[in-house]
Design a binder for this molecule. Sequence first.
Ligand code: ADP
Length: 264
Amino acid sequence: RHMEVYVSRFPGHGMPGAVVVVNDTTEIRQAERMRQDFVANASHELKTPLAVIKSSVEALIDGASEDPDILAAFLEQVAREADRLADLIKDMLSLSKIESGSLALEPRVVVLDRAITDCVERHHPRAETKTLTMVEKPPSDAPANVAAWADPDALRQVMDNLVDNAIKYTPNGGRITVRWGATTETVSFEVEDTGIGIPETDVNRVFERFYRVDKARGRAEGSTGLGLSIVKHLVQAMRGQVRVNSKLGKGTTFRVTLPRAGSA
Ligand code: ADP
C-alpha cells in the first residue's frame, strides 16, 4: 500500500504536540495507473490502423495505383482501416462517458422477449452470411410480458454486443441460442454460441479494456477489445451482473441478470 504521512507541529504557539495526517493513496495511484494504461493502449490501438492507411497511401503515391486491381485493393484497405478507427473512437467515447458517470441512464419497463426478438432480427442478415442458425428460447412456462427495469438503449447495446461477438467468434454453420428467464426479483438472458470458446486462462480477463484473446485474429474480425468492457459497465450501471462460461473449442455463454420491473 502507498501512504503519505504529513507531520505538522504547532510552530510558534508554544504548544506541545503535533498533528499527523496519514493518507492512503493506494486507490488514487491505482486510478492514475489505469488512466495512464488507457492512454497508452488507446494510442497504440489508434496508431495501428493509421500506420496501415499511411503505408497504403504511400504505395499508391509510389505507383501502385497504375494497376486497377491493386488500386482497388489498397483503397479497400484504407476504407476498412478508416472504419476501424471510427469504431475505436466510438467505443472509447462510450466507455469514457460511462466511466466518468456523464452517461445518464433512464431505466424504465422494457419487455424482455420483445427486446430479444428485435435483437435477433437485427442480426439475422449477418448470421446468414456465415450460415449460422440463430434461435430464441423462451422458458417453457414463459410468463407474459416479463420486463426488465433497464435503460432501453443501454440494454440494446448490451444485447447487440453479445450477439455480435457470438457471430464473430463462431465458425460457419454454428448455432447461436438466446435464452431468457425470470425470477420474482430478476430477469436474465443468455447468449450461447457453438464457437471457438475462450481459454481458461483468459476467461476472467475478457471484460478488461482492450483485452483480446488473440490479437491477430481479433484485428482481422474488426474487433476493438472494448465491447465487453462497455457491456460490463452498462450492466453494472443498471444494477445487474454479467457472467461468462466458456469451453475452448466448444462454445461460450454470456449471461446477463437485471432487476425485474415491478419487483423493487
Ligand atoms: P472485441 O471487440 O475484441 O470483440 P470484446 O471486449 O467484445 O472485444 O471481447 C474481448 C475478447 O473476448 C475478444 O477479443 C475475444 O477474444 C473474446 N470473446 C468475446 N466474446 C467471445 C465469444 N462469444 N466467443 C469467443 N471469444 C469471445
